[in-house]
Design a protein. Structure first.
Length: 83
């Protein structure tokens, strides 16, 4: 999927589930994710190159995606219990 397509997919997903776009979270690592990251209420650059980290709302350089859930307020125990 190309860069604009990812942003459109996020918007369609939000609309389908009745979620305001400013309450969505997008996670990406490359320049082709920037439109999606910027369209989301919270765009997280995950293990991304410096250019992407600078453009996103926030960045995580962690080896595990569960760090994203922790940023959203879930504790490690809640993450582990959900598995």
């Amino acid at each position: 999927m190309d860069r604009p397509g990812k942003a459109r997919a996020l918007a369609r997903f939000a609309e389908q589930y009745g979620i305001p776009l400013d309450q969505t979270v997008a996670v990406g690592d490359g320049a082709n994710d920037l439109d999606m990251l910027n369209a989301a209420g919270l765009g997280i650059a995950f293990n991304a190159k410096p250019f992407v980290r600078e453009q996103a709302h926030t960045a995580l350089n962690q080896p595990y995606l569960d760090a994203v859930l922790q940023v959203l307020g879930f504790t490690r125990d809640e993450v582990l219990d959900a598995g």
